[in-house]
Design a protein around this ligand. Structure first.
Ligand SMILES: [Zn+2]
Length: 239
C-alpha cells in the first residue's frame, strides 16, 4: 500500500503533482517512520525570469517547488499516524521525534532542503525538497534530523533503496519536465501566462498580437520557422 497521498490538486498554488523522485523519497521515509504522508503543496510551473516572483494562478515564492529538468522539486506535507489517523504535531515531544525520524530518512534518501517550525508553516507541516542543503523554520527536530540524514546519505545506498520503493506502485507524478501544450494566437490560460512571463511581456493569459509578435521574434533569433506557433521546439527556445 502506498503511503503518500497527493492532496494538493485543489490548492490555489503549487497544485501540480510532485516528481516521481520526490514521491519515492517521501514513500521511503514514510515507511521508516511508520506514518502516512499527505502532500498539501506540490509542484508549480517553472517560469524562467520569474524566479522568486508570483504570477497569478501559476507560481508563487521561491524556486524550490518549481518542476524543472533534473530536479526533485519540493513538497509541503503533513504526517499522519497510521493508527489514530491524526496529524503529527511538532509541539508534542513524541510526535516531534517521529517527524525527526521521517526527516532524517528523507535526507538520507536524497532530499537536501528541509524546513519546519510552528512559526513557519504551523505545527504539522514539513517542507521536503532539493536545492541548497540546509534547514529552516526552527523546529526542535529539524537540525539534528538533517545532519544525521546527511551522514547516512554518504554512500548513496538509501538513495537507491528509495528509488526502488517506487517501482512497486503506480505513479501519479510527473517525471521531471512538464508537458506544455502547443499554443498560438487565440490560446488562453496558464501556459500562455508562463510564455508571457518568460518573454517579459504583459502577463494576462491571452495570446494576442503582441504575444505573437514576440514569439516570431524569438523564433527568428533562434533560426526557427517564424510562424508564431509555440510547439515543443519553440518551447525549448523559451527555456
Ligand atoms: Zn515548501
Amino acid at each position: 500500500m502506498k503511503r503518500v497521498t497527493q492532496a494538493q490538486s485543489g490548492a490555489t498554488y503549487r497544485r501540480l503533482p510532485i516528481t516521481a523522485r520526490l514521491e519515492n523519497v517521501l514513500e521511503y521515509a514514510a515507511r521508516q517512520a511508520d506514518v502516512n504522508v499527505r502532500v498539501t503543496s506540490g509542484g508549480q510551473q517553472h517560469v524562467p525570469g520569474k524566479i522568486g516572483k508570483s504570477i497569478k494562478g501559476v507560481r508563487t515564492g521561491s524556486i524550490r517547488h518549481d518542476i524543472r529538468p533534473g530536479h526533485m522539486g519540493a513538497a509541503d506535507i503533513v504526517l499522519i499516524d497510521r493508527n489514530s489517523g491524526s496529524q503529527l504535531d511538532m509541539r508534542k515531544a513524541t510526535d516531534a521525534s517521529r517527524m525527526g525520524v521521517f526527516t532524517e530518512a528523507a535526507v538520507a534518501a536524497g532530499a537536501t532542503g528541509v524546513g519546519a517550525g510552528v512559526g513557519y508553516m504551523g505545527a504539522h507541516t514539513i517542507h521536503v525538497g532539493d536545492g541548497g542543503s540546509g534547514t529552516w523554520g526552527g523546529a526542535s527536530f529539524i537540525n539534528g534530523a538533517h545532519s544525521r540524514g546527511i551522514a547516512r546519505f554518504r554512500g548513496g545506498q538509501e538513495v537507491k533503496a528509495a528509488q526502488n520503493v517506487g517501482k512497486s506502485h503506480e505513479h501519479v507524478t510527473v517525471e521531471s519536465v512538464l508537458v506544455r501544450p502547443t499554443i498560438k494566437r487565440g490560446s488562453k490560460g496558464e501556459h500562455v501566462l508562463v510564455l508571457q512571463a518568460a518573454l517579459g511581456l504583459k502577463v494576462d493569459g491571452n495570446f494576442g498580437p503582441e504575444t505573437e509578435k514576440a514569439v516570431k521574434e524569438l523564433q527568428k533569433k533562434n533560426k526557427l520557422k517564424a510562424d508564431g506557433i509555440v510547439g515543443p521546439i519553440t518551447w525549448r527556445a523559451v527555456g
